[in-house]
Design a protein around this ligand. Structure first.
Ligand code: ZN
Length: 170
């Protein structure tokens, strides 16, 4: 009889633990669902390409919103030839995670093919340098930024070739 009672108490104890864990697991989801509708900010996506205007390349990846330095996104298109678009960043944790996952996807599409994040940044800086002819200050600051990126010599040459129209794929 004593053994039966002991087991019964153990079963009750385990059932309570299971119920408690189940409730605990469900709670954060409800909180997230309530937050789902609110927009945290907007991010500009710009094609990294020779055809993108300087203004667009300078705003590539910029985030606008109440929690950021720049509160309001600019009117799009920026200028003639602008192919920028805005995507919403949501407060719901898993949505932010989803966007982050997309951002950190290993490769980024550009007009010289798929590049990793560092290569894409380097290429963007080189495009900005190339297009900043009438703004020497901008040119110098982006020259410094691009020099600071440690990147393979072969890739630098590939960008040089592309910018000088020597690329056979063009
Ligand atoms: Zn634009």
């Amino acid at each position: 009889m004593d053994i039966f009672y002991e087991n019964w108490w153990w079963m009750l104890f385990i059932a309570v633990i299971i119920l408690w864990l189940k409730q605990r697991k469900n709670r954060p989801e409800t909180v997230l669902r309530e937050k789902q509708i609110s927009i945290k900010g907007q991010k500009i996506l710009t094609p990294i390409s020779k055809d993108s205007p300087l203004e667009c390349l300078l705003s590539e990846g910029k985030i606008y919103g109440p929690d950021y330095k720049d509160k309001h996104p600019p009117q799009l298109p920026h200028t003639e030839g602008c192919h920028c678009r805005l995507i919403d960043l949501l407060t719901r944790t898993d949505d932010i995670f989803y966007i982050k996952k997309r951002e950190t996807s290993p490769l980024q599409n550009t007009d010289i093919g798929e590049l990793d994040k560092k290569q894409a940044r380097y290429y963007k800086y080189r495009l900005i340098i190339d297009k900043s002819g009438e703004n020497p200050e901008l040119k110098i600051s982006y020259l410094e930024l691009s020099d600071a990126i440690k990147i393979e010599k072969e890739f630098k040459l590939r960008v040089d070739d592309h910018l000088m129209n020597r690329n056979i794929n063009q």
